[in-house]
Design a protein around this ligand. Structure first.
Ligand code: X8Z
Ligand code: ZN
Length: 604
């Protein structure tokens, strides 16, 4: 669970409750503000305790996947959901009562949740959620009876092999796993919608879109506006990549127009294309720096990788990670058991029990991911003094953006400073660096949009289970310019379910928003640090002034509507693609030139 959905960002979103007839009945007299304060104090104390219990059980459930731990995780999740659902119904009484801004916000937050009238359905929902999480964690592709490959191994092949047949085998091998839990997912969606409707939402997708301090329709329009802003940059990158892939795999595999088969992008979901860098790098770029090679050669272990990341945060004036973090986190893939390896950060309690679970390997990719995960952890630690309901990101995109903002400061100058690079490349290396960065930051945008657009239609009932794949590939073609590498699995297909966040039901728009926000944060913090040069060469490493500004926003948690948090750090109050576009502007010019030259050559 990317920051366990039940525990942070969607903590309220996934809550359910048994609703008694009395709770649903309209109250007789209008309650007072003082009653609301008492209600909130009781509710927060109760939910806090149950949340800590469920967090521990979920941690064990994801770290030791067995039928028993799955049952235990579901049991505690159900208890929390019951209480938060009851609280949601209780909170309704205070709608329209004049309250302090904090109390009014808490009453609003409490109602962004699923509620079940039937306890059996609530239990079933919690059981399905735990089972889906476990099913994804256990899934393996077995080319032969006694040789099975875990996802991580297959990802490695996708990252490094250029053997088209082998790539196709890995891609189809993994995507053949999800149909085994499709029925569970279908049942889960139906139950989730029931819960959303009982809380007054048209469906779960509407509830998700209601969590951004604006009406759900306005949020959908914002997503579309933001996508249109950055689409020309994505299109330029896609066109450039097509030419290079054609040169690598030949015109029979990569067509001159139309969607490109999605197994060629170096990533199981083609969401980041960083592994294509050796194919895509500018002609004549010979001395590219390979961080993976350095980390491997030095046998950098998981703890050292994490220490590098911690070192960045402490350089900003933030605290050291608590001793319990080092004792309780899972940093490497255990050899003897199944765990959910998808990286995640966990606030187990409000004291200082914060952990991560990640199967760290010494690669450049994991070097970035570990900074991402610690971003969640420093947010947890930052807002720990807030009351329970405000112990969350300003919105879920903020939570995802913290660590990524820090990772944008992993520049050559920074790597040199910490001894991972001998010599800083000169200014002529800007385009290669920007290109490499675009291969994750630009490519994720249409992917992130697609994942949730698909789910919004699934939750609304517009897309029926028999059409899951049809809709998935329509969207992937439309936004990402990609197609399935082999014929579809038909009505039983569940390619979306091959993505962790779909199986685990974690909303994904957060990564789209985070992608924009991190460039806004980066630009603002670089300015705070007094930096005036190009944004891609700015690192805020060691800058206490930028760190203090960052920390201030972290401490706010979810206590204010997110535009206020954004204002506190950047002076802006809208999420916007302009900072990202500014960052990549030199690359856009370069891509356009390259593409024009390729097109001219094709014509000859
Ligand atoms: O899930 C994650 C993080 C944990 S919140 C590792 N990410 C998304 C993904 O892997 O799909 C980070 C970027 C997008
Ligand atoms: Zn994350």
């Amino acid at each position: 669970m990317s920051v366990t959905p039940k525990i942070i960002s969607t903590l309220l979103a996934t809550a359910l409750a048994a609703v008694s007839a009395t709770a649903l009945a309209a109250p007789a007299a209008k309650p007072t503000a003082a009653e609301a304060e008492r209600f909130l104090a009781d509710t927060e104390a109760k939910l806090n305790k149950l949340n800590n219990e469920q967090a521990r059980a979920a941690w064990v459930g994801s770290n030791f996947i067995t039928d028993d731990t799955e049952g235990i995780a579901a049991y505690f999740a159900e208890r929390f959901l019951s209480a938060s659902g009851e609280a949601a119904i209780g909170a309704r009484r205070f709608n329209g009562v004049k309250l302090s801004p904090e109390a009014a916000r808490k009453i609003m937050l409490l109602q962004q949740t699923l509620v079940f009238a039937d306890p059996k359905e609530r239990e079933q929902y919690a059981a399905l959620q735990a089972a889906l999480n476990g099913a994804y964690g256990k899934a393996k592709y077995c080319p032969t009876k006694d040789n099975c490959m875990a996802l991580g191994e297959m990802e490695k092949v996708l990252a490094s092999s250029r053997d088209e047949a082998r790539l196709k085998e890995m891609w189809t091998g993994w995507h053949a796993q999800a149909p085994s839990y499709k029925d569970k997912y279908v049942e889960y969606v139906a139950l989730s919608n029931k819960g959303a409707r009982q809380m007054g939402f048209a469906d779960t997708g509407v509830m998700w879109r209601s969590q951004y301090d604006m009406p759900p329709e306005a949020f959908a329009a914002e997503m579309e506006r933001l996508w249109q802003q950055v689409k020309p940059l994505y299109d330029a990158l896609h066109t450039y990549t097509r030419y290079k892939l054609r040169a690598t795999y030949g015109p029979d595999v990569v067509p001159l127009t139309g969607p490109i088969p999605s197994h060629l992008f170096g990533n199981m979901w083609s969401q980041t294309w960083t592994n294509l860098y050796p194919i895509l790098k500018p002609a004549g770029e010979t001395k590219s720096f390979d961080l993976t090679k350095v980390l491997e050669e030095r046998k950098t272990d998981a703890k050292q990788m994490t220490k590098y990341a911690e070192g960045f945060y402490t350089s900003l004036g933030m605290q050291k990670l608590p001793a319990s973090f080092w004792e309780r986190s899972l940093l490497t893939k255990p050899r003897d058991r199944d765990v959910v390896c998808h990286a995640s950060a966990w606030p187990i309690n409000e004291k200082d029990d914060v952990r991560i679970k990640m199967c760290i390997t010494p690669t450049a990719e994991d070097f970035t991911v570990i900074h991402h995960e610690l971003g969640h952890v420093y947010y947890f630690l930052g807002y720990t003094k807030q009351p329970f309901l405000f112990r969350n990101g300003a919105n879920d995109g903020f939570h995802e953006a913290i660590g990524d903002t820090v990772a944008l400061s992993i520049t050559p100058a920074y790597l040199k400073q910490i001894g991972l690079m001998d010599q800083e490349p000169d200014v002529s290396a800007d385009i290669p660096q920007l290109l490499e960065r675009a291969l994750s930051k630009v490519t994720i945008l249409p992917f992130a949009y697609t994942v949730d657009k698909w789910r919004w239609d699934v939750y609304s009932g517009k897309t029926k289970p028999a059409d899951y794949d049809k809709s998935w590939w329509q969207l992937r073609e439309q936004y990402m310019g990609m197609k399935r590498p082999v014929e579809s699995q038909g009505i039983t297909g569940f390619d979306a379910g091959a993505k962790y966040h779909v199986a685990a039901d974690v909303p994904y728009s957060r990564y789209f928003l985070a992608d924009m926000l991190q460039f806004q944060f980066h630009r603002a913090l670089c300015r705070e640090a007094g930096y005036t040069g190009p944004l891609n060469r700015c690192s805020i490493y060691g800058n206490a002034k930028a760190g203090a500004k960052f920390q201030k926003m972290l401490e706010m948690g979810a206590s204010k509507p997110w535009p206020e948090a954004l204002k506190a750090i950047s002076g802006e109050d809208k999420i916007d693609g302009n900072a990202l576009l500014e960052y990549f502007a030199p690359l856009k010019t370069w891509l356009d030139q390259q593409n024009a030259a390729f097109a001219a050559a094709e014509k000859k």
